[in-house]
Every structure is written in structure tokens, then in C-alpha cells.
Design a protein around this ligand. Structure first.
Ligand SMILES: NC(=O)c1ccc[n+]([C@@H]2O[C@H](COP(=O)([O-])OP(=O)(O)OC[C@H]3O[C@@H](n4cnc5c(N)ncnc54)[C@H](OP(=O)(O)O)[C@@H]3O)[C@@H](O)[C@H]2O)c1
Length: 303
């Protein structure tokens, strides 16, 4: 089985490249070998590779910068997946794409289900929503997985930021009014590998009966404050922390270019019920991530 993966240097893409190796022949690409700013060029890449499965982990993910770079974010998050989905339909390939909890406005108050109406508050969320709509509307067999608060310790993430602050600052102020599902990139990648493995010897037929939109994120949910406190507790270098106090703050105390939803946790029951798979609870995954990926404080200085 030929698997073509985009975004191999990203948090999720790097883990997917690792998790999918045993399932087929994986061709993994990233910028500058492919440039999502030139979406039309992607058609040729697909025709050359003749994949059975295409996985798109590439995206424009800088939520604040997107406010001033709407055109760039639109090309990468909307136009490029639209071309990928359309070309997959032409080739009879299955397309897996990822979207975000930031398609929601965060006012519902309980975890969002797939049928809830999206209403993005920022450019990133809008371009991702348009990307998922283009993907699902392209025909063929497409999966869109909305995920949330993805982290790894390989690239700068909320987890690496909190660790860096905890090792350099006496006091942290972390928002308690933003709530979602912290999701370790490795668990997300593993769940996609498990899904493809579950599909068995005729993955194309099995998957095409189950295509569509799914929420897929770490189990449970937390505020950024709860997440940060857990990071401090599980820090393998806790004895070197300089932070003595962690204070609760409100989003309004920090000026950011992009407005964020307050409660954007995702309800992942549809994925669980359809595939009998679920991601571990966010706090267990975090402990594992810190135990597996943490390479000591010196590495953090590069981030
Ligand atoms: N991170 C989160 O908290 C979060 C939350 C919800 C949903 N998601 C979604 O989950 C998916 C994976 O996110 P992630 O955190 O793994 O993203 P990430 O770490 O930012 O990786 C994105 C990848 O896309 C590549 N890319 C950016 N511009 C490109 C271009 N013009 N052409 C080709 N490739 C380009 C990046 O390349 P460079 O290495 O050159 O930058 C990077 O390898 C995305 O769909 C994202 O929207 C993420």
C-alpha cells in the first residue's frame, strides 16, 4: 500500500511518519519539496506518487500570525486540501485531513459534537473550516479529523513553553478560561495507524464505508491552567524549577492578535463508537510524553 504523507516535519507529521512505516510504503514530504502556497502543483505530486492513501498533516498553524496573513493561511489551509481531496477522488485514493476545535466559537459550554454548528472566531479557524468543507465536498473517500491543543516536545508547543518558563521564572500566570483537550501528537498518530490497521487487508473498501467528519483528541479536557500545573508536576527536571507560584489569569489580561474560543473541548464519542478506538486521557498521555520525549533542560534552551 502506498501512503503519501504531507507535513513530515510537523508535530503530527513526524509522528505519523514513524507510526505508519509498518503499514505500507510511506513517502513523506514537507516544505520546500512541496509548497502548499502553490496548491495547483500538488496534483502532479499525487499523480507521480500514485498513492492509495494520502494524509495531510501540513497546515498554517500560527493562530495569531494568521490574522495578518489571511491569504497565506487560506492557500495552505483551504486551497491546498481542496486540491488534495479533488485529486484523491480522481485517483481513487483515500484522503485523511486534520482540522481544529477553533472552528467553534466556544460558547456551547459542553464538549462539541460533529453536528454542532461551527462559528470560527479567527482567521485560522475560518481557513481550517473552509478546508474541511472543501475536503468533505470534493466527493471520493475523505476523512476529516478535528483535533485540539496538539503538542509534542520536538517543536515549540504549550508544553515546551511552560517547561521553559518553569525553569526560568519565579511566577507563572496562566489562563484558566480557555478549555479544550490537550492532545499528544504521538497518540493522535498512533490512533490513525490503528484505524488503518483495523481496516484489514482491504482498507480501501472498509474505510470508504466509514468516511466523514470525526472529532479526535486527547481524552477528557482541561483549562490551560490545569494543563500547566500538570506539566509542572510531571516535569522530569522538577527539582530544577525556578517557579514557586502559578497564578490563574483571564484571557483578557493578555493581548493577542487572534481571539480564541473559551470552551472548545471536543466530544470524541463518534470516533470511539465507529472504530472502537480512543485516545488516552490527556493527563496520562502528558505523563507519558514527558517521560518519553523529554531530553533534559539543555534541549529546551533551543526552543
Ligand atoms: N497545533 C495545535 O495545537 C493544533 C490544534 C488543533 C488542530 N491542529 C491541526 O492538526 C494538524 C497538525 O498540526 P501540527 O501541530 O502538527 O502542525 P505543525 O507542527 O505546525 O506542522 C505543520 C507542518 O506544515 C508544514 N507547512 C507549513 N507551511 C507549508 C507550506 N507552505 N507547504 C508545505 N508544508 C507547509 C510545516 O512546515 P515547516 O516545518 O516548514 O513549518 C510543518 O511541517 C494541522 O491540520 C493543524 O491545523 C493543530
Amino acid at each position: 500500500m502506498n501512503i503519501l504523507l504531507f507535513g513530515k516535519h510537523g508535530q503530527l507529521g513526524w509522528e505519523l511518519d514513524r507510526s505508519l512505516q509498518c503499514l505500507g510504503r510511506v513517502s513523506a514530504l514537507d516544505y520546500p519539496e512541496v509548497d502548499f502556497m502553490r496548491p495547483a502543483s500538488l496534483k502532479q505530486v499525487l499523480y507521480e506518487n500514485q498513492p492509495h492513501i494520502v494524509i495531510n498533516a501540513a497546515a498554517y498553524t500560527d493562530v495569531d500570525k494568521a490574522e495578518a496573513e489571511a491569504n497565506r493561511a487560506g492557500l495552505i489551509n483551504t486551497e491546498a486540501p481542496a486540491i488534495l481531496a479533488e485529486t484523491c477522488r480522481e485517483l481513487g485514493a483515500i484522503f485523511f485531513h486534520f482540522s481544529t476545535d477553533y472552528v467553534f466559537d466556544g460558547t456551547k459550554g459542553t464538549p462539541y459534537r460533529e453536528e454542532d454548528a461551527p462559528r470560527p472566531r479567527n482567521v485560522y479557524g475560518r481557513t481550517k473550516l473552509e478546508g474541511e468543507q472543501a475536503t468533505l465536498g470534493a466527493g471520493g473517500t475523505n476523512f476529516v479529523f478535528r483535533t485540539a491543543w496538539v503538542y509534542s516536545l520536538r517543536r515549540d508547543s504549550f508544553v515546551t513553553k511552560v517547561l521553559r518558563w518553569a525553569h526560568s521564572q519565579p511566577e507563572l500566570r496562566i489562563v484558566e478560561d480557555q478549555i479544550s483537550n490537550p492532545t499528544w501528537a504521538r497518540e493522535l498518530a498512533e490512533s490513525l495507524a490503528q484505524l488503518i490497521a483495523k481496516a484489514g487487508p482491504d482498507p480501501i473498501g472498509w474505510l470508504s464505508q466509514r468516511s466523514g467528519l470525526y472529532h479526535l483528541a486527547g481524552g477528557g479536557y482541561a483549562s490551560r491552567l490545569e494543563w500547566a500545573r500538570e506539566i509542572l508536576r510531571d516535569d522530569p527536571d522538577a527539582d530544577r524549577q525556578t517557579t514557586r507560584v502559578v497564578r490563574a489569569a483571564r484571557s483578557g489580561e493578555f493581548a493577542t492578535a487572534a481571539e480564541r474560543p473559551m470552551f472548545s473541548a471536543l466530544d470524541c464519542r463518534k470516533f470511539q463508537e465507529t472504530f472502537d478506538l480512543r485516545l488516552p486521557n490527556w493527563d496520562v498521555a502528558l505523563r507519558l510524553a514527558l517521560a518519553c520525549e523529554y531530553n533534559g533542560a539543555p534541549q529546551l534552551q533551543h526552543l
